[in-house]
Design a protein around this ligand. Sequence first.
Ligand SMILES: Cc1ncc(COP(=O)(O)O)c(C=O)c1O
Length: 375
Amino acid sequence: MEKIQVLKPRYRVDECLSEIKECLEIGWTGMGFKTVELEKKWKAYTGLNHAHFLNSATSGLHLAVNILKEKNGWDENSEIITSPMTFVSTNHAIMYENLKPVFADIDNSLNLNPQSVLEKINSNTKAIIFIGIGGNTTNMIEIIKIAREHNISIILDAAHMAGSYHNGKHVGFDVDVAVFSFQAVKNMPTADSGMICFKNENDDKRCRELSWLGINKDTFARSNEGSYKWDYNVNDAGFKYHGNSVMAALGLVGLKYLDADNAYRRQIAYWYEQNLQEKVDIIHHESAETSRHLFQVVVENREKVIDYLTQNNIFPGVHYRQNTEYKPYKIEYNCENSNYFSERVLTLPIHTFLTKNDIDKISKTLLEAIEYAKK
Ligand SMILES: Cc1ncc(COP(=O)(O)O)c(C=O)c1O
């Protein structure tokens, strides 16, 4: 029987190859050309004012913290409130800049709990990073409001949120910076890349320079100049974080299908909910327009449940183990809900190759697995 994986990207192969072919034919695979086109189209799609294409969301989160730190003069005592229940990239970004991650608790949406965030705010707090787990916008608006009321920065880790809307608006609005991931298994997969969307124009400019080693002119812009095309200045020891045209080519095709693919993901979530409601604890999404990157449930004896599922060729995922279980984040803290969910969350397969029959089969096998795990 075929293995059912938790996440599986769908590439429209012929269209992707034709976009990539253009890059190869004109001999431009680097930054510029398709990256510029994708940035334009992403801005048009999301309604956000700025977008810069990068090699990953991890790079984007680092740049977000780096640029806000420099602009606002944060020192080594500065704290950023974040969630322990996220992919480590979120919190590594804080560590890269020698700032202090302060963990607030989550609620049963797996997103940060506004009350817990409020309790962590003190005079050293400079920013909050909100992560929309699985594309979920629950608590997002409330936490943006808290940041504004306390005059602190708000960063949106939107790695799972390509195609997530709140009241008809694509996420990324009203935050200082939003970072999207187009990594291999995300909703708009490219292999590896991401998009950083600053609210402020100067931050966007600074980001373009820092993502290209601190060089003040990109090669594509210089290729269109006259006799001074070789000339540039280096203002800082920046990073090599920019995206390239081959990844952007895949993104341009993916973007055309993003809304339709996400609608299918929501259909899958609906089928799961119909099969599992009142039998299994389900993580619900607030918005009817969620990207539905993940469909998560809460189970006891997770290892045994996973064993049973994998014996039946169903390969679920875990998003996430709380980061405080890893060496860089082993600190004194007490986040009751995070402790609870970290041991119990399970991501069921969700991707566009799955049929209603698959979802019925996975649901039935999950119910058997839960019974098996009780023994
Ligand atoms: C919540 C979260 N933040 C950040 C990232 C980093 O994304 P990337 O792989 O594009 O660096 C991921 C990727 O899996 C993620 O899940």
